[in-house]
Design a protein around this ligand. Structure first.
Ligand code: IPM
Ligand code: MG
Length: 393
């Protein structure tokens, strides 16, 4: 791997709630990976979300959007604060997240769902069903109900009415579907397209485009599932899925559901990527799929692993460091095998012999230690670390 001449230029958005805590852990793991693999980072921190409303009166300033654009990648914690939950509020932290996704052109959100063997007991789903679960949800991220216009409340003589719009162009559907096919080619070569074609016109166009595109990927097996039935199969037979591709809102809902398989929402990373290339890869934003969890913020109890694994995805997709990405993924698996558990991972099973209940920063330290141990084992040995490999692509 050719090393960059200069440090990677990262923008970091700690955000609200537990965001700053999980990001602190993630940064330490990335710094450790940089030391071991011979690269460095230049971090630029910006306030976006509820913290920006508090500081500037807006969820994101234009200049901060520009800073995010002018970077090698964006490392994002979480945003959202209950004090802005009033449905009548005109400014909300989430507006910044949507503006970032749209403004940076982050059309594809990759949410890998893997189940660490040692965490099977942490999921409420029966252990036998979790064997072999390894899926990648590809969620369309800049279209659909999140962005369609009109989206508004109207007052009519007959009372209030609302409208949200689910709009897609064929180009928007095709680019995310093609990406999903390509990702399936690098995995088990099975693609599930999820829609509601028995009801929605948008889904019928989605399905038509999947059918049109599939001729270009003859080695990939394609199936269509309706979103309601798919939600059921995700719990009943989760191992049948390889790559799932779906529109924005369906992907939002299904990925939270799928996180139950992994034992905790705190385990699932994500990469949001765009078409723009940087010097090292695709520009993108990397964030845990969980939110700001204000109820546990500031107590050093949040699980940092989703953020740490998002950092690994950043190394792979935006920074051209796949070996460092894999080392982090192995280190996460090793820390879990060594028994480290944040409270969310203990919830279902209670404390077990050999397990060590730790907080956010101690969990990040355990990953750093596993990373360093893996690197020193690697000298003279073919494999690093004892844990199961996390196949996050
Ligand atoms: C997610 C979140 C966001 C979404 C919220 C915070 C707007 O749930 O990233 O999944 O709905 O996309
Ligand atoms: Mg969500």
């Amino acid at each position: 791997m050719t090393q960059p001449a200069a440090p990677y230029r990262l923008v970091v958005v700690p955000g609200d709630g537990i965001g700053p805590e999980v990001i602190a852990g993630g940064r330490r793991v990335l710094e450790a990976a940089g030391r071991l693999f011979g690269f460095g980072f230049e971090w630029r921190e910006v306030l976006i979300g509820g913290v920006a409303i508090d500081a500037y009166g807006v969820p994101m300033r234009d200049e901060d959007m520009a800073v995010c654009r002018d970077s090698d990648a964006v490392y994002f914690g979480a945003i959202g604060d209950p004090k802005y939950d009033d449905p009548k509020a005109r400014v909300r932290p989430e507006q910044a997240l949507l503006a970032l996704r749209k403004g940076l052109g982050l059309y594809a959100n990759l949410r890998p769902v893997t189940v660490q063997p040692v965490l099977r007991g942490s999921s409420p789903v029966r252990e036998s069903l979790l064997e072999g679960v390894d899926m990648l949800i590809v969620r369309e991220l800049t279209g659909g109900l999140y962005f369609g216009k009109p989206s508004e409340l109207r007052v009519t003589p007959a009372g209030r009415e609302v409208v949200d719009t689910l709009a897609y162009t064929e180009q928007e559907i095709r680019r995310v579907v093609k990406l999903a096919f390509e990702l399936a080619q690098g995995r088990r070569k099975k693609l599930t397209s999820v829609d509601k074609a028995n009801v929605l016109s948008s889904s019928r166009l989605w399905r038509t485009i999947v059918e049109e595109v599939k001729a270009e990927y003859p080695d990939v097996t394609v199936e269509h599932r309706l979103v309601d039935a798919c939600a059921m199969t995700l719990i009943q037979r989760p191992a049948v899925f390889d790559v799932i591709v779906t529109e924005n809102l369906f992907g939002d809902i299904l990925s939270d559901e799928a996180s139950v398989l992994a034992g905790s929402l705190g385990m699932l990373p994500s990469a949001s990527i765009c078409e723009r290339r940087t010097a090292y890869g695709l520009h993108g934003m990397y964030e845990p799929i969980h939110g700001s969890a204000p109820d546990i913020a500031g107590r050093d109890v949040a699980n940092p692993l989703a953020t740490i694994l998002s950092g690994a995805m950043m190394l792979r997709w935006s920074l051209g460091q796949p070996a460092a990405a894999e080392a982090i993924e192995r280190a996460v698996a090793d820390a879990l095998v060594a028994g480290y558990r944040t409270p969310d991972l203990v919830a279902a099973t209670g404390d077990q012999p050999g397990q060590k209940r730790v907080g956010t920063q101690a969990m990040a330290d355990a990953v750093v230690a596993a990373l360093e141990a893996g690197a020193s084992q690697k000298v003279g040995a073919a494999s690093a670390g004892a844990g199961a490999k996390v196949a996050v692509r």
